[in-house]
Design a protein around this ligand. Structure first.
Ligand SMILES: *Cc1c(COP(=O)(O)O)cnc(C)c1O
Length: 426
């Protein structure tokens, strides 16, 4: 296929995320990728500002990650996880247990972030069911959240931004508190009032709280107070409700700490990680949990967690995850992320002068320019490409989450492109 034939066939036959088949968007065809660069079939090289949706921490085509896959594929690419185990999975479990809070001692491997969220919800439901508290079937969450696209996850996504309208008659009904106030407002105790009210009123029906720690990601890239998260933990303990933290987007350094919950100095009962887990190489998620949750699930003496995907703990995915975690831990990740944060702060600041810009905010290796109106990506995409960058704004947000290995001058090209393109917005 020539590049033109490829794009024509794609437009006619291949679905892309959240897209129309009959009215396809323009696609760029990527031929290869290396470091922070995407190379298109027409030879153009673009600096990637997206890390392929929070995931490609070390950039693309990394020799150590490639080697981990090659080595593992020579041994075995996959074996079923029922009745069998293997070194890549056990090593990864140990790494995750060692890196996360002390209470988390058990790991369930799932296929994707969304499936990890499904498993975490199932754990919470089984926990109460096995202890005879069968009325505890609801989840409490906050507005503006995003937890994935499967049905269990969709049911806790923001009821307005999310897909509730489309699937309202089939989604489970859960309880929503107001979205946590962003760090623009100074913290005061009243900011938890609505959450407190909801948990107090409904706790007899609530199995778990699910929340993205410190940053609400796809639901608006909103940064909120550690105090809020601390209070959530306290209230969960007070009202006997489990706490599920979704670190799928924030995990592995993105917000400046290895995991975002560390900034609130709390522990989850159930923690879900995904996205950057394999350094952006392939799909894998992990659900970590405490002994308390395991004992709860097993309280009825039957004691089995009812989940087991075909490709559970895929050895290729686990091997590349092990290599990616090693690379991250051995690097000066804290310094790198701090440097990225400082540079984003400084270089995105000029965007504040632009009429179309409502707010500029940064946290760790995340930079956000929020506009007053949604940006037309059909209009903006060629402008970004001309400037040699890959950015994909979403709604009113033009955002950057570069690979941690990005160099100073490469990041400047990205921040400058944002300013130059937004200058043209009318
Ligand atoms: C992306 C994301 C998910 C879903 O992960 P998938 O791998 O796309 O299924 C869940 N929660 C959060 C916070 C995410 O950012």
């Amino acid at each position: 296929m020539t590049p033109e034939e490829l794009l024509a066939y794609d437009a006619k036959h291949v679905w892309h995320p959240y897209s129309s088949m009959s009215n396809p968007q323009t696609m760029l065809a990527v031929e290869s990728a290396e470091g922070v660069y995407l190379k298109l079939t027409d030879g153009t090289r673009l600096i990637d500002g997206m890390s392929s949706w929070w995931s490609a921490l070390h950039g693309y085509n990394h020799p150590k990650l490639n080697q981990a896959l090659i080595d593992q594929s020579m041994k075995m690419s996959h074996v079923m996880f029922g009745g069998l185990t293997h070194e890549p999975a056990v090593t990864l479990a140990k790494k995750l247990i060692d890196l996360t809070s002390d209470n988390l001692q058990h790991v369930f491997f799932a296929d994707s972030g969304s499936v990890g969220v499904e498993v975490s919800i199932k754990m919470a439901l089984q926990f109460w069911q096995a202890q005879g508290k069968t009325q505890k079937t609801k989840l409490l969450t906050v507005r503006n959240g995003y937890y994935g696209d499967t049905f269990g996850a969709m049911a806790v996504c923001d009821p307005v931004n999310g897909m509730h309208g489309m699937f309202s008659n089939v989604l489970a009904e859960h309880i929503f508190a107001e979205a946590p106030a962003t760090t623009n407002t100074e913290w005061k105790a009243e900011l938890i009032d609505d959450f407190k009210h909801q948990i107090c009123k409904h706790h007899k029906d609530i199995a778990a709280v699910i929340i993205e720690p410190m940053v609400q990601n796809a639901g608006g890239i909103r940064f909120y107070h550690p105090d809020y998260l601390q209070q959530v933990r306290i209230l969960c303990d007070q009202y006997d409700v489990l706490l599920i933290l979704d670190e799928i987007a924030t995990g592995f350094g993105r917000t400046g700490t290895l995991f975002a919950y560390e900034q609130a100095n709390i522990q989850a009962d159930i923690l879900v990680v995904g996205k950057a887990l394999t350094g952006g190489y392939m799909t894998l998620s992990a659900v970590l949990t405490s002994k308390k949750v395991v004992e709860g699930i097993e309280a009825d003496g039957q004691g089995v967690l009812m989940h087991g995907p075909t490709f559970m703990a895929n050895p290729l995915a686990c091997s590349v995850a092990n290599a990616s975690i090693d690379l991250l831990i051995e690097s000066n990740w804290q310094e790198n992320i701090q440097a990225i944060e400082n540079q984003l702060k400084e270089e995105l600041a000029p965007c504040r002068q632009l009429k179309c810009v409502k707010e500029v905010r940064t946290k760790g290796a995340i930079g956000v320019v929020e506009l007053h109106e949604s940006i037309d990506t059909v209009w903006s995409q060629p402008l970004f490409s001309e400037r040699g960058v890959w950015l994909r704004p979403f709604g009113k947000l033009v955002y950057l989450m570069p690979p941690f290995i990005i160099k100073k001058d490469e990041l400047s090209i990205l921040t400058k492109a944002i300013f130059k393109v937004l200058e043209k917005v009318r």
